[in-house]
Design a protein around this ligand. Structure first.
Ligand code: GRF
Length: 209
């Protein structure tokens, strides 16, 4: 059994988290189980939903630590207890402390609601991403699952899926159309990981048949 830990933020609603938990349970992600959901606040909707689904939760609040290193140590302590093979960020909006990234090289994934390397970076989350996409005049958007490195949204890209933009789209309508595609794409990337089919070569992630 592969062990998956999910990191959410203090305000996460947790739809990607839920999709991952359910896919592990019904076998769409094979031989895997979500062992822990870690978030900044116990009262985040995602944490509540995780408990309702019977998954262990742990709170590590970055605001309670004087610097990212100490926050990173606290996260590592919780993660080491969970013994994850894979860590999935799902609505986690901070820069993951470098010591956490180094402890799990190419074993941490993130989902971003646009086609990276466009529309990523610090502060690019939620509706701001979709707003920027609409302002750009692009005709397609989508989502990206990537491995996490020490910067925002720059790690090796695992999978991307496109979503057409309509002339009457608002950030809200676009977000609503991208979200189900995020879920599918995240599940597929995790499936490839647990099947041992992802090979990272520098910036490139090769998918073995
Ligand atoms: C998603 O749009 C994801 O791409 C981004 O944060 C959002 C989280 O949504 N990283 P949810 O909490 O999974 O519903």
């Amino acid at each position: 059994m592969k062990r998956i830990a999910i990191l959410v933020s203090g305000v996460s609603r947790g739809s990607n988290m839920r999709a991952i938990i359910e896919a592990c349970r019904d076998g769409r992600i094979p031989d895997s189980t979500v062992v822990a959901v870690v978030g900044a606040r116990d009262d985040a909707p995602a944490m509540h939903n995780a408990r309702t689904l019977g998954v262990d939760t742990a709170v590590v609040n970055p605001r309670e630590f004087p610097d990212p290193d100490m926050y990173g140590d606290a996260l590592l302590w919780v993660l080491q207890k969970a013994q994850p093979d894979l860590i999935c960020l799902a609505g986690y909006m901070r820069l993951l402390p470098a010591r956490v990234v180094r402890a799990y090289p190419m074993r941490i994934m993130n989902i971003h609601p646009a086609l990276l390397p466009l529309f990523g970076g610090k502060g690019m989350y939620g509706l701001k991403v979709h707003q920027a996409v609409l302002e750009s005049g692009m005709k397609v958007t989508g989502c990206t699952v990537h491995f996490v490195d020490e910067q925002y949204d720059t790690g090796p890209i695992i999978l991307q899926r496109c979503v057409p933009i309509r002339s009457d789209d608002t950030p809200e309508t676009l977000a609503a159309r991208v979200l189900p595609v995020e879920h599918e794409t995240y599940l597929e990337a995790i499936r490839l990981f647990v099947q041992g089919r992802l090979r990272v070569e520098g910036k490139h992630v090769r998918v073995d048949e």
